[in-house]
Design a binder for this molecule. Structure first.
Ligand code: TPP
Ligand code: MG
Length: 194
């Protein structure tokens, strides 16, 4: 957002401090942010609303919603999934970050989601499953979703949380904890950016 000139570079360093507009949950008080989220289960209801409005107004757009697997615990997500299928919202594509973690625990230990693809299919969605670290596979699935003219599409992207950073991969420690300067340098090195 700073690169787009929406907020200043200086504001970035206020992140997470008292009275900063940049908190852990995204707020529409920040210019350029249209919807406040962070309370799980709000993303898909917003997306379905936008898609319904686009159909009603014959607005030639597509709507993309990125969900986490933790959000698939929420009733509002499934209610919206029903609504999207009922209205044949083929202009709507959902991408799920399927990292099998939900902050401090595994998704399957907390509230079992599997078989996740079969659930979406039963709700009337076209389902693709891809390696979420393979950008070409995601691109292909996104293109195929745009060709589907009858129903919404969900792309389940299998991912590894902290991928590429040796001491972060699949670790629940990093949901809330920011890295120290030394850890950030090591992470950048692991990613070939150090
Ligand atoms: C409605 C709601 N309930 C509980 C929380 C607290 N909470 C924050 S993150 C999280 C788990 C989220 O799962 P996911 O997004 O899959 O996390 P990750 O993959 O990053 O571990 C929960 C329950 C919340 N933000 N909103
Ligand atoms: Mg997750």
């Amino acid at each position: 957002m700073a690169e787009f000139g929406i907020i200043s570079e200086a504001e970035i360093s206020t992140y997470g401090s008292d009275s900063s507009r940049l908190g852990g949950h995204v707020s529409s008080e920040v210019p350029g942010i249209e919807l406040s989220t962070g309370s799980l289960g709000h993303g898909l209801p917003y997306g379905v609303g936008l898609a319904l409005a686009a159909v009603r107004d014959q607005f030639p757009s597509r709507v993309y919603v990125v969900l986490s697997d933790g959000e698939c615990n929420e009733g509002t997500t499934w209610e919206s999934a029903l609504l999207a299928a009922h209205h044949n919202l083929s202009l709507l594509t959902v991408l799920i970050d399927r990292n099998r973690l939900q902050s401090l625990a595994g998704t399957e230990d907390t509230l079992r989601l599997e078989p996740l693809g079969a659930k979406w299919e039963a709700f009337g969605w076209q389902v693709f499953e891809v390696d979420g670290h393979d950008h070409s596979a995601i691109k292909l699935a996104v293109r195929a979703a745009a060709d589907e003219g009858r129903c919404p599409t969900v792309i389940i992207c299998n991912t590894i949380k902290g991928k590429g950073v040796s001491f972060m991969e699949n670790s629940v420690d990093w949901h809330y904890r920011p890295p120290s300067a030394e850890e950030a340098a090591r992470a950048a090195q692991d990613l070939g950016a150090g």
